[in-house]
Design a protein around this ligand. Structure first.
Ligand code: FE
Ligand code: FE
Ligand code: ZN
Length: 290
């Protein structure tokens, strides 16, 4: 039988990185994503050696888990000057942590050009990625995420990501993460099967499906083309179950892990979103007992 499709969540690492593995096993998911540092701060205390060991040994005994990292939000590879140097330093720390934990991929928001323009921003991102890879040999791959197009962020058009990869000297260390909420907010309409198919063909022609290593499966609170990034529970937003289902059932994407970054509320969170997704895939919900 073909390998089971991997579905999971962005998970909290409060109390220690290894906690995310325990929670994943508890939920019965096959993949998850974590931040390796505080996502909104320049400084975080170093990972404890015993936490790293605990994480690695837990992962080793659950080796089918596909684990991914997401970099902090302060990193801007389209920036300049002091901010760029701080971004470089932070990214190097993220990469060292990923290597220490054995995490193979780090999702990155490509950058904000802050008025310099998209083309200049793309040039800078590509050059700065060359620099970070040359200074940090390691193993970790960077996955450029598709963006919603808020402010001056780069990556709301597939062509942006294609151009960054095209200009890179380290193509083998780059990949892409497609976020369904972000592309929808950016203006990609996949509300019916024909539009969905055209979207995937367009993605393949620009970025290349071979570069697609991760999907962020999120519904959107805001309309198509709003360029506002607000995640919603699966099936409760503007995208809806029908259109998200196209991704879930697409054989071309079967090998790609799907990570939800859906809200966690007191009475509705990961367990509920997982149930909805498994039902959409035609699988029984966890613990339904038959
Ligand atoms: Fe992201
Ligand atoms: Fe995302
Ligand atoms: Zn988002």
């Amino acid at each position: 039988m073909a390998q089971k499709k991997k579905i999971g969540f962005h998970m909290s690492i409060s109390g220690g990185v290894f906690n995310a593995i325990g929670e994943a096993l508890d939920l019965g998911i096959e993949t998850f994503q974590i931040f390796l540092k505080n996502s909104n701060r320049w400084e975080s205390p170093p990972l404890k050696e015993k936490d790293i060991e605990k994480f690695r040994s837990l992962w080793k005994s659950n080796a089918n888990l596909s684990i991914h990292g997401h970099t902090g939000y302060l990193i801007n590879f389209a920036g300049e000057g002091e901010n760029l140097e701080k971004s470089m330093l932070l990214m190097a720390q993220e990469m060292n942590r990923a290597d220490a934990l054995g995490i193979p991929t780090l999702v990155l928001h490509p950058g904000n050009h802050k008025g310099a323009g998209i083309d200049t921003g793309i040039e800078r991102i590509s050059e700065n990625l060359n620099r970070i890879f040359s200074e940090n040999p390691g193993k970790v791959k960077i996955l450029l995420e598709t963006m919603a197009g808020q402010g001056t962020s780069i990556g709301h058009e597939f062509e942006n990501l294609a151009a960054i990869i095209e200009k890179s000297d380290y193509k083998e260390r780059l990949g892409v993460c497609l976020d369904t909420c972000h592309i929808f907010a950016a203006g990609y309409d996949f509300s019916n099967e024909k539009l969905y198919d055209e979207l995937i063909i367009n993605f393949d022609k620009t970025v290349g499906l071979k570069n697609l290593e991760l999907i962020h499966l999120n519904d959107s609170k805001k309309q198509c083309g709003s360029r506002v990034d607000r995640h919603e529970h699966i099936g409760k937003g503007e995208i809806g179950e029908r259109a998200l289902g196209f991704f879930l059932r697409d054989e071309r994407l079967h090998e790609v892990p799907f990570i939800m970054e859906t809200p966690v509320e007191e009475d509705y969170g990961n367990r509920e979103n997982l149930k909805v997704v498994l039902e959409m895939m035609g699988e029984r919900s966890p613990g339904s007992g038959h």
